[in-house]
Design a protein around this ligand. Structure first.
Ligand code: C5P
Length: 222
């Protein structure tokens, strides 16, 4: 039997998106990187001018914002906010600096989780995030939790930024990664942690393809 819903969780820059996208392509599934919906909402918050401290207004904004996810030719999803395609704007430093703070708010998470579950109803989805196995899709047939040391993850993210032609300093990347990890792990609502029935894969000494191969064989041999 083949897993229809696959959850991949793990900390910042552990490779969830690279692994998830390749895995989804191989299986012919949709890949949903849930970090992008928190980023898309943060984009809307910045545009609205609402203070990131004003939880009440942010919760209201989350429930009145319209999200849409449309599969693109590359196999990933394009993210639409109130009808506008914001996909190319979600990796900015401004959003990166604010997103973990916004993602701590319970009412915001509730609205985002409901969007994520709506998409999962289509089936055949690989969903990556922090709380997919524990909160969003605890019924997923396969739950993976990826790990790697903070230094290794910072090196990977730094390399990726340079490859994309962006300015990057390893020290700044490492500091930002530690800051976001700290917020994700210690928040009271849906903290980052492996589900009890998840399979933990330490990716430290594995290539991307080796990680994908491992999860693929687990997914098709349920
Ligand atoms: O994965 P990515 O770095 O794009 O996620 C951006 C932020 O969104 C994370 O730092 C985290 O705070 C939040 N997030 C979350 N739950 C998820 C996915 C992302 O809280 N399922």
């Amino acid at each position: 039997m083949k897993a229809q819903l696959i959850a991949i969780d793990g900390p910042v820059a552990v490779g969830k998106s690279s692994v998830g996208l390749r895995l989804a392509k191989r299986l012919g599934y949709i890949f949903f990187d849930t970090g992008m919906i928190y980023r898309a909402f943060t984009w809307k918050v910045l545009k609205s001018g609402i203070s990131p401290e004003d939880e009440q207004k942010l919760c209201h904004l989350a429930t009145t914002t319209e999200f849409d996810f449309i599969p693109s030719k590359q196999g990933a999803l394009s993210f639409f906010v109130d009808g506008e395609d914001v996909s190319s704007r979600l990796l900015s430093a401004e959003i990166e600096g604010l997103v973990a703070l916004i993602a701590k708010i319970a009412g915001v998470r509730q609205a985002m989780v409901s969007e994520q579950r709506k998409l999962a109803q289509r089936g055949k989805v690989v969903m990556a995030g922090r709380d997919i196995g524990t909160v969003v899709l605890p019924w997923a047939e396969l739950k993976i939790f990826l790990t790697a040391s903070t230094e290794e993850r910072a090196r990977r993210r730094h390399k990726e930024l340079l490859r994309r032609g962006q300015n990057s300093s390893l020290e700044i990347v490492l500091a930002d990664l530690k800051r976001r990890d700290e917020m994700d792990i210690n928040r009271t609502v849906s903290p980052l942690k492996p589900a009890e029935d998840s399979i933990i894969i330490n990716t430290e000494n594995l290539s991307l393809e080796q990680v994908v191969d491992k999860i693929y064989s687990l997914a098709i041999n349920l």
